[in-house]
Design a protein around this ligand. Structure first.
Ligand code: NAD
Length: 428
């Protein structure tokens, strides 16, 4: 309890800057886990920050220069691992925070990886397909010396996907002179992608929802769920929860609209509409409500699966759900965390809840290194085992320290990384 209070008070002032939040979380977790000061000093800063200015020839003949980053936070447990995001709001501090969270995420899932993240400051929706390809290939070429199958393995994130990974793989392979599928994960199946990778994060979110319901004594069959963000993570979580686990999706949203239907919304029909029209807007499967209303609906479970900073104190005050499963990275601010703890809402934190993606990325990397292809049922059963194992370890850690699952996950992740650093010692 004490730690949660402290977390809330200490991070309050800087809640806006994700890197400051990440640093405060690290400090608190380190105090509980008794981490040596020299290790805390090492973990408080990324090992390497790469910044590149990426020139791209636009379709109209002009040249535009985009800023790109790759931040490598820590690689004590294995090669750096983390997605690349394309967004007009990308900042260095955001990428630094996401890289640090990746270090904890891979440790919580017990993967032999460290943490990294990449980003380009760009709104890819304003670029043609050819411009996005040229941007991706030039960025890949500019960071080619810093990535590699045993060094740093990128993956997709917001506004990047399998095609982006295929271009990075092809560019990297062209530079090396031979095919290197294991340099990136989240690739299309035709170039070494894994079965089950596309839906892996949503599947992991669904598994966490099922486990959280079990702890809360909530029957998932018929339980009501609201999903914010109907993209890769949100759609697959909604699909698996409703079609495989018997839950009822009653609200979905994307950046164009928010829909509510107490009778239930079929995620597959909603997806069909989204694919046809490019957005959920206009889908007639539910009543249109205000975006913020999604969080105060009388539902059992809320899945934020859009972007950071969606649940603040005011939003948390209105939440009626018993469970929140964070599909997105950083959707809840620390003031809101405290409110949710007081209301006894079970929050399954991002570094656990959305780790299904990096877990199946690890399986993809293993398959590539061995030039193997696993079938879908093998991938899914291994994912199930890893997710449930991580969930139970986080739960045990949070119970041991009488704290939330968020701080439990951080203590577990930071503790594992610190143990490795201590055992390795320092060169020279
Ligand atoms: P995506 O681009 O496929 O989908 C995002 C969706 O959120 C879109 O439908 C968009 O319209 C919607 N959205 C954006 N802002 C919104 C708002 N304010 N309100 C409602 N909807 C909004 O992205 P994604 O891959 O599904 O990622 C979503 C989140 O999950 C991100 O935080 C990402 O970092 C995290 N995540 C993704 C993966 C993965 O494997 N894709 C893995 C781990 C974490």
């Amino acid at each position: 309890m004490y730690w949660v209070k402290l977390l809330s008070q200490e991070v309050k002032a800087e809640a806006e800057n994700p890197y400051e939040v990440a640093l405060k979380q690290l400090k608190l977790a380190s105090e509980i886990a008794n981490i040596d000061q020299w290790i805390l000093d090492m973990l408080s800063v990324p090992k390497k920050i790469i910044q590149v200015s990426v020139p791209v020839k636009m379709d109209d003949g002009r040249l535009e220069v985009f800023t790109g980053y790759r931040v490598q936070h820590n690689d004590a447990r294995g090669p750096y691992k983390g997605g690349i995001r394309y967004h007009q709001m990308v900042t260095l501090d955001e990428v630094k925070a996401l890289a640090m969270w990746m270090t904890w995420k891979t440790a919580v899932a017990d993967l032999p990886y460290g943490g990294a993240k990449g980003g380009i400051v760009v709104d890819p929706k304003k670029l043609s397909a050819g411009e996005v390809e040229r941007l991706t290939r030039r960025y890949a070429a500019m960071i080619a010396d810093e990535i590699g199958p045993y060094k740093d393995i990128p993956a997709p994130d917001v506004n990047t996907g399998p095609q982006t990974m295929a271009w990075i793989m092809d560019t990297y392979s062209a530079i090396k002179g031979y095919s290197v599928p294991e340099v990136v994960t989240g690739k299309p199946l035709s170039v070494g992608g894994s079965y089950g990778r596309t839906e892996a994060t949503g599947r992991g979110v669904s598994i966490c929802t099922r486990e959280a319901a079990r702890i809360k004594g909530l029957k998932l069959q018929g339980a009501t769920v609201a999903v914010q963000g109907f993209g890769n993570v949100g759609y697959y979580a909604a699909h698996i929860l409703s079609k495989e686990m018997g839950a009822k999706i009653v609200a979905v949203s994307d950046s164009s609209t928010t829909l509510y239907s107490p009778q239930g919304i079929d995620p597959d029909k909603a997806l069909e509409h989204k694919e046809k029209h490019g957005e959920l807007k206009g889908y007639e499967g539910g009543e249109v409500i205000e975006p913020a209303e999604l969080f105060s609906l009388p539902v059992d479970v809320i899945i934020p699966a859009a972007v950071e900073g969606q649940i603040n104190k005011r939003v948390a005050d209105g939440i009626q759900a018993k469970i929140i499963v964070e599909g997105a990275n950083g959707p809840t601010d620390t003031d809101a965390d405290e409110v949710l703890r007081e209301k006894n809402v079970l929050v399954v934190p991002d570094i656990l809840a959305n780790s299904g993606g990096v877990i199946v990325s690890y399986f993809e990397w293993l398959q590539n290194l061995h030039r193997e292809s696993w079938d879908l049922s093998l991938v899914n059963s291994k994912l199930e085992e890893k997710m449930v194992g991580a969930f139970n370890e986080v739960l045990k850690t949070s119970q041991r320290h009488s704290t939330t699952m968020r701080l439990g996950a951080l203590v577990l992740g930071v503790g594992k990384v610190a143990d490795t650093i201590k055992t390795l010692g320092l060169f020279p």
